[in-house]
Design a protein around this ligand. Sequence first.
Ligand SMILES: Cc1ncc(COP(=O)(O)O)c(C=O)c1O
Length: 385
Amino acid sequence: MEKKRFLLPAVEERLYFNTGTAGPLPLPTLQAMEQALQEDAWRGRIGSSRMAKVFGLLADTRKTIAAFFGADPDEVAFTSRCTDGLNIVLWGLRWSQGDEIITTTHEHPGLLVPLVRLHQARGVVIRYVDPGGEAEGFLRRLEAAFSSRTRLVALSHVLWTRGMTLPLKAVVDLAHRHGAGVLVDGAQSAGVLPLDFRTSGVDYYAIPGQKWLLGPEGTGILLIRKDRLEEVGLTYGGYPSQKEVAPDRPEMVLKDGAQRYETGLPLPAAVVGLKSSLEFLHAISMDAIAAEVRRLVEKAYGLLREVPGLTLLTPPFEGGYEPSGLLTFRLEGWEDAEVVKALEQKGIIVRSLPRPFGGVRVSVHFFNTDEELEKLAGALANLHI
Ligand SMILES: Cc1ncc(COP(=O)(O)O)c(C=O)c1O
């Protein structure tokens, strides 16, 4: 496949195995952002034509996002990060004391913190299901966690801790059969697994711009199904929320689409950048990206398995979970953070995971190469000696 590595300068600098934290910025994205900022500086952020241009940019980008994820433009809200989208839905749903949400024991604080706050503030009961090592067992435990009070299943599509891809279609079917909605944390999946929001059946899908989508920091997307808009009230609102509001009338007419959850303008240069990065990925093709990541991750799994003293914490794919772009391991006799430091000295960038999970996490995106995986495995084998 055409990897376009020449347009990703950061991947030439070092071995870039940490897209799960933040992806490399493509040069066309940098140039588009620079141009937008230059125009702002030289022409000023004023005048009716500038306003029209910004609104045009938002409308165009909403369409680009919708086409990329198989959604309707009215199902797209701009956010500043993945966590924002999760909060919009969790605080927007109307809860009664004792309502239940099912999640997993491997969620990121971006989902976990709002869930715990919801428990404290609204008396919502959170039920935690262990993903274990294979999808079938997980689905059995998930099914057992439903009760007549379950209103939502909130979980990651890809677990940030161990990289398993949760069986989303089966989760959605199960939740809908029990009359519950599904909120997905797409931080480690969007940009690596193709998503067709329309056919996925998912009700709400929150996405960061800065990771696998290779967009700027401070960007995010919330996809929300049209027929769920009325169920998710506004926690914060602002001028983009209203279709009509008048000071002499207490009622307000909200925008028809998901734009109602936006409280103001995002940084236009960041929106330009996000649009450019989506176009960059689309030009390569999300299907080709997904296939290449799968090939590379399976190869990485095989190589790491052979490293003496290395234990893979990501369960084997055969008969288990579908892979993603993440692999996690531990090296005998080494603290995780020390492995990260030692690899960094060799120009290899990975990350360690906090307690209680632990482990060293490797992110593999389409731009990584077989040779890089071999270097990583070789460097780890040398550490063990
Ligand atoms: C699974 C998961 N959820 C949420 C987040 C938070 O993303 P953001 O910083 O875009 O809110 C991360 C980021 O590390 C993540 O890995």
